[in-house]
Design a binder for this molecule. Sequence first.
Ligand SMILES: *Cc1c(COP(=O)(O)O)cnc(C)c1O
Length: 363
Amino acid sequence: MAGLTDLPLRDDLRGKEPYGAPMDPVTYALNVNENTHPVPPEVRQAILSHISRALETINRYPDREFTALREALASYATRSHRQGTLDASMVWAANGSNEVIQQVLQAFGGQGRSVLGFPPSYSMHPIIAESTGTTWSVGSREQDFSLTPAGVESAIRLTRPDVVFLCAPNNPTGTPVSLETIEAAYDATDGIVLVDEAYVEFHSEGSLTASELLPGRERLLVSRTMSKAFAFAGARVGYLLADPAVIDALRLVRLPYHLSGITQAAALGALENAEVMLAMVEDIRQQRDRLLQELPGLGYTVCESQANFVLFGGVENPKALFEQLLSHDILIRDVGIPHHLRVTAGTEAETSYFLETLATLAR
Ligand SMILES: *Cc1c(COP(=O)(O)O)cnc(C)c1O
């Protein structure tokens, strides 16, 4: 069998590692920040009837503009938006927000261009930069992993990127990003500012999202996903809110009919039942808050989190603790930050089992 080195691979891909969150089959999978509550049966039925209708015309290519889905996403996004309505012309979607982000870099990054990120952050951001030939540069965070307007501004002035990635709340730390910081980033660059809001639904009640800053800022992009709060990771649906001109730019790089008729139908069925799909979000927030409250009692430090996971520190040997938990049928995530591990807030039972197991293990 041949290896990668036997192939005429692109020089800039040699020696790179693919995204690799472990996928061990375990009972307590708390490693990739999914909503661990399954989709309720009545919503599954609604989705099935949408898919059944889509199958009637599956011999034809689907709506390339996925108009009905964009309208449904626009009205869903408008619910958490304070200033007026978001229109379907400001919405784009793809197979997961990872594909949205890839399309953004295909349109605005690429050879000879650079993207600035602030690690530790989402591990896919540099991988998508690499695969699109975009140079990856980094700025630094404060001690507590937060970002400040001044810090972001100076990193932008230093690296002069074509694209800036801000992850709000940030994965893997859970840290929120203030609107002032996003505004400061926008004002410091002539390039694109992409705010990755994969966890926006887990924000504490009343926080404002980057969508509030969209009016008059045509270089600001807000990406979101149905993979986390919406309990739809397996369906692969992510979306973007931005000026209609940005959406036109993405049309230049997307593959025709990139969202299958079945994906569009499934997403429509889920969005029609948004209330039910999101019913568990409050419970998940409570489990996150429980992790934040109880982990210090077990001798660990925690990072403030506005997402559905907690990064905890004070771990003597992360690899050893990860393995010990795995031997108890619990999978969490070693994100490579020294003395830290990340755990997803699951159901109440899952969270209890995690905390109880952890309490029995040596720190
Ligand atoms: C999970 C996650 C995503 C979601 O990716 P999908 O492709 O939509 O499943 C995007 N950004 C961040 C920061 C994430 O943690």
